[in-house]
Design a binder for this molecule. Sequence first.
Ligand code: AMP
Length: 216
Amino acid sequence: MNIILLGPPGAGKGTQAQRIEDSRGMVQLSTGDMLRAAVAAGSEIGKKAKELMEAGALVSDDVVVSIISDRIDEPDCKGGFILDGFPRTRPQAEALDAMLIEKKMQLDYVVEMKVVDDILVERIVGRYTCAGCGAGYHDSFQKPVVEGVCDKCGGTEFKRRADDNAETVMSRLAVYHEQTAPLLPYYGDKGILRSIDGMADIDDVTRQIGEVLDSA
Ligand code: AMP
């Protein structure tokens, strides 16, 4: 099964994609993670993406479409994938449709994670991850059991994203409403859009997504 998690920044797409990956063996394909890896590696793509990402703007459609197209061809995607942060524009959605036809694959569901803007800023500004294993935490909502020690791997180094600050978040939300939210009717018209309450607690959101996936 192949799905898209669609929602504003901070809706919990990454957290839920990791949970689906762990429980169902589908792979998480996060264009944000791929671009951050390119920036860290200092590749040509990374050099082009860095400033745009730090400003909360979108990287060009061509770049992200080609990254995703290559990634989907890898063997681990045959068991199903979860698109997290892609597509984000109408041209990306159309390019995805065309590539799936060409690759003889299909999209089963687009799961919209509904969260109001007011709580997104607080969610995003407080979040951080373990530098060792990538486990996600939050200053207020999800602290490690032992302060300063990762619950999953015992690591003691943590990092915050360069774009998780209050100013950049406002730009990212504006971009979401302008360019990404119009994908909701696009997928609604195809009959594959399912909306869930992304403001429920983390386990309940996982349960709601599970219900959608199990309804296939
Ligand atoms: P994310 O981790 O999904 O919040 O993405 C972080 C940043 O990476 C975004 O603010 C964009 O600058 C860039 N990015 C990630 N995915 C895309 C995409 N599908 N299209 C364009 N830019 C993207």
